[in-house]
Design a protein around this ligand. Structure first.
Ligand code: PLP
Length: 373
């Protein structure tokens, strides 16, 4: 039985969480939450204890992203998936262009395609493991991009096309781990359970004045907007360090801790440097062994946060099962991609030592399964 293979203790990482989301929550952040068990958890989200935590998130992100004064940090309940629907009602005026190159980017495009009040979106697709290029098109008013396609491990640069229109970026797995210039986007939105190592359930959007102007003009046009998805309500509440309905307080707290921790270490430059260093170790290793190779062939498109590594002549699922039985979890491939691969989260909170220990552990398992290195 392969699952009985025992990885020697000295090879194992100190922390075995390498998933692509939810990701490793730092123990220090959790302990900090624990210390607030009776005066924060279980208290009103309209009162200072919670509002000050929302304020810490908003100001922490403002400094992390060096946001221009007229950009706003907006938040709401429901995660990136809810933001897609909010954008369908509140950001896209008539027609959007979508770069589709994996499961998440295609889900947003699918929500838009079904909206009766919008024209059919323009879809620009590319095969898994690559990303398409933005095409300036005067028939669209919104460009929907994805900074890091978590499902395939492809990163694309965020650049404003040379045309009018809002640039709306799903940054769920990139935010907190990949540099970006706020001048290149109008809405940069994300959930908090990826690079920020918090929990699920909330979305945050860094919004330009043009994006907020669009939200206001759509509301003014009389379009029906479901109240839960009303971005104008989200903007108004965020300005008061609140959400329009009850948020997950633990998620907020862990996020505030993580943003401040990252800023103390050196901000986005530090965080992105950490992930890039982890990624160099994994891709460098995958290129050096015969049984593995990076799935994304172009080095410049390889994700620094979610590495997809194809296995050759070794059953990746079997490797993942042995790792799991030894406490190294969530490196299984994204199911729908259907490849013989491991997908490895390389978040800023994961130290290089643990990434190297993961590599040593994988090598040990592959050898134990009877393969040549
Ligand atoms: C995880 C993820 C999502 C979905 O986030 P939820 O919090 O589950 O809504 C969307 N887009 C990308 C790029 C993701 O990585």
């Amino acid at each position: 039985m392969p699952t009985q293979i025992e990885i020697p203790h000295h090879l194992l990482p100190a922390d075995g969480r390498f998933g692509s989301g939810p990701t490793k929550v730092r123990v220090e952040a959790f302990e900090s939450l624990l210390s607030r068990a009776t005066d924060y958890l279980g208290t009103s989200h309209r009162r200072p204890a919670v509002k000050s935590v929302v304020g810490r998130i908003r100001s922490g992100l403002r400094s992390m992203y060096l946001l221009p004064d007229d950009y706003e940090v907006v938040l709401g309940v429901g995660g990136a998936t809810a933001f897609w629907d909010a954008a369908v009602f509140g950001l896209i005026e008539e027609r959007s262009e979508h770069l589709v190159y994996g499961e998440f980017s295609s889900k947003f495009a699918a929500s838009v395609a079904k909206a009766p009040h919008l024209r059919s979106p323009l879809l620009i697709e590319s095969k898994p493991g690559t990303h398409p290029q933005v095409v300036a098109d005067l028939s669209v008013d919104t460009y929907a991009l994805t900074h890091n396609e978590t499902t395939t491990g492809v990163l694309m640069p965020i650049e404003r096309p040379d045309a009018p229109g809002l640039v709306v970026v799903d940054a769920t797995s990139a935010a907190g781990a990949v540099p970006v210039d706020p001048a290149e986007f109008d809405a940069y939105y994300f959930s908090l359970q990826k690079a920020f190592g918090s929990e699920g359930g909330l979305w945050v959007a860094l919004m330009s004045p043009a994006a907020i102007g669009r939200v206001e003009s759509i509301v003014g046009s009389g379009r029906y907007v479901p109240p839960f998805l009303d971005l104008r309500l989200a903007v108004e509440n965020s300005r008061r360090d609140q959400t329009s309905n009850t948020p997950a307080l633990a998620t907020l707290f862990l996020m505030a801790e993580q943003v401040e921790w990252m800023n103390e270490q050196g901000g986005l430059a530090w965080a992105s440097g950490r992930s890039a260093e982890n990624a160099d170790a994994v891709y460098g290793w995958a290129e050096s062994v015969a049984f593995a190779t990076p799935f994304v062939s172009s080095p410049g498109e390889r994700s620094p946060v979610t590495a997809t590594i194809d296995f050759i002549g070794v059953d990746a699922l079997e490797v993942a099962a042995v790792l799991r039985s030894n406490g190294i979890v969530d490196v299984e491939p994204y199911r729908k991609l259907g490849r013989n691969q491991l997908r490895i989260g390389l978040w800023p909170a994961i130290p290089l030592d643990d990434v190297e220990a993961l590599i040593d552990s994988i090598e040990f398992v592959v050898t134990a399964l009877g393969h040549e290195r």
